[in-house]
Design a protein around this ligand. Structure first.
Ligand code: CAA
Length: 259
């Protein structure tokens, strides 16, 4: 660990901060290794129910993969770098806990791809998003071609990727890249509000919902529905299901235990 990625835990929320502000939080190999390590800590944490990912400093969420490092890479090294980044981002996408990106500035290239690996994205009025890669002679290599196409559709994703055009906050909202556009000063409090709204609910149910959506989206509909049915019936064996329905019947607030 080199402290290029920080993890703080408060009231059920795990705050992951990409902490390389001198390079606008660009994703060097060191940052990716630290992120991978932090994600392992999150995955095994009993305390963390929701994750918020953000960038250190005022200017940038993440300004992309590290161009200075990539400048010197051979194809073999590039393959290893991209594969490791994709394994790390997939670990984030598949975390059992829901994740929220609090986009606080530039989210370009690998930064956009990091945000796309979270479940829900918030951004403020001054964010700038995009895929500059084709202007550098490469393509988005941390799954941006795939995750963006799945999120906003192939045609809109192709336009963004082929033109390398940057998108401001309002357009990002209209395209569905960010879920909410908030004031600069309230970005973190809005992300926390969303995290707390999730934390009120039965954790195993939220985790199962995430799992079923993530897996189901790549399956034929009939298989995906079957997956949902199986997940649903499994939840009927949990203490939290008994608590949730019992609390409704008894007109009181449910207290969930992730059991
Ligand atoms: N990689 C490495 N260093 C970066 C970086 C990146 N992606 N982005 C910014 N930096 C560094 C700059 O080199 C600079 O360092 P020095 O002070 O040592 O020169 C420092 O961060 C501050 O950056 P700027 O001086 O450029 O800041 P600015 O406010 O003038 O411009 C910016 C900001 C428009 C974001 C500009 O920095 C920029 O265009 N950055 C590159 C964005 C980009 O192309 N990202 C995609 C990378 S490719 C990718 O991500 C591939 C993939 O999918 C795998």
């Amino acid at each position: 660990m080199n402290n290029t990625v920080l993890l703080e835990v408060k009231e059920g929320i795990g705050y992951i901060t990409i902490n390389r502000p001198e390079a606008l939080n660009a994703l060097s190999s060191q940052v990716l290794a630290d992120l991978n390590h932090v994600l392992d800590q999150v995955a095994t944490s009993e305390e963390i129910g929701v994750v918020i990912v953000t960038g250190a400093g005022e200017k940038s969420f993440v300004a992309g993969a590290d161009i200075k490092e990539m400048d010197k890479m051979t194809p073999t090294q590039a393959f290893e770098y991209m594969t490791y980044a994709n394994d790390t981002f997939t670990k984030l996408a598949n975390l059992r806990q829901p994740s929220i990106a609090a986009i606080n500035g530039y989210a370009l290239g690998g930064g956009m791809e990091l945000a796309l690996s979270t479940d829900i994205r918030l951004g403020h009025e001054k964010i700038l998003l995009g895929f500059p890669e084709v202007g550098l002679g490469i393509i988005p290599g941390f799954a941006g071609t795939q995750r963006m196409a799945r999120l906003i559709g192939t045609s809109k994703a192709k336009e963004l990727i082929f033109t390398a055009r940057n998108v401001k906050a309002q357009e990002a909202l209209e395209l569905g890249i960010i879920n909410h556009l908030v004031d600069v000063d309230s970005l973190m409090s809005e992300a926390e509000k969303l995290a707390k709204a999730i934390l009120k609910n039965a954790p195993l149910a939220v985790e199962k919902a995430k799992h079923v959506i993530n897996i189901g989206i790549d399956l034929p509909l009939s298989h995906a529905i079957r997956l949902e049915t199986e997940a649903e019936s499994l939840l009927f064996s949990t203490e939290d299901k008994i608590e949730g329905m019992g609390a409704f019947v008894e007109k009181r607030k449910a207290v969930f235990k992730r059991k």
